[in-house]
Design a protein. Sequence first.
Length: 419
Amino acid sequence: MDDSHLEQQPPQQQASQSPQKELQLRPAQTDKGYYRFLVLYLVLLSALGSFVNDMYTPSLPEMARYFHCTASQAQLSLTFGMIGLGIGQLLMGPISDHYGRKIVLVVSLMIFIVGAVASVFSPSMTVFLLCRFVQGAGAAGGYFLARTIPADIYQGRELAKLMALIGAINGLAPASSPVLGGVIADYGGWKAVFIVLAAFAFWVLCIAPKLKESLYRQNRTTLAWYKTLPGYIRLMKNTQFMVHISLKGCALGLLFSYISAAPFILETHYGFSQTMYGVIIGLNSLALAAGSMLSLRFHPFKNAVVLASAILLPSVGVGAYALWHIHSFMLFEICSVTMLFAGGMIFSVTNALAMNEGRAQAGEASALLGVAGYLVGAIVAPLVGIGNILHSTAIVFLVLLLLVIIFSVWTFHLKSDIN
């Protein structure tokens, strides 16, 4: 039996194979055409997780006026979407480990479509928040499967390369979605944004039959899915795994703080239109893709977080000071771009390190990795809108910067299997 086959499958797959049977490579490892399809489809799944928040953020000030609520209350819609994303991933992790990835994907996309369509008919902010929760729960399936499916197939640096490639290409999602959202909202209102989101999810659903199941039946858990939930406890006792997801969670907190505050800072404070807001945020988001690709040049891989932290320290520090005292759009823009660039490096590294560490429980590991970011994001989204949004955003930035530096140093001192 060829030992190289063993090296390309996660440990849980190796253990479950009968020693009398020849291990087979996955279609993505033998068929270049399918590999390209898989990369693009995983990008679409991951993009849906970005679209669920990024595409409608230009409409937040308009929605605050429509529902007669404050900025902080409008930002709660981001929080409810993130809560749905978090809870959805926690449930879909063990469910997909038991039933397979594909069925979970199909059901989750259908849930998202229902939530997006229902939100258009929301008579109040309370109903809209409920719809946002449903949208988040539905988007969770595709978002966490974009990390789980690669871990079913690859490990080590091959896993890191695929996830960094997906992350880099997917940098177009946060780059394009605010632009599209701004244009759509300017011409069709905020409700049109959610119609477009439902149509996008329906298109992804129509392509789903071409996706091949990555978790073979013999590799699935045999226990009922709810009996595998204690697997989360085992992962949470893994120090390296928890450090990696904590670093990503705090770094994502910076991103979500920026996403929550930027519409009000750029549109209300600096006077930009929804379309111009989308263009600015879209161009800034390209820095995420650049940071993700740069991280691949580091050996060992974890060293990228050191440079990222060194970039974040002045960009976030100066940016927070500028928000409080200077009120310069250009300075705010420069600090935002460098912060997003460093964030792209951290997201790519922590995704690969965490999934490599938890690949024996890929579903649960991917779920916890996703929850970490959305838990922090759900907390900070309404905080940046309390009182003076410039001051509150600056304070949140500084607190998250401190946490990112702490976990970056911790990550650097941990042993890593990815060199």
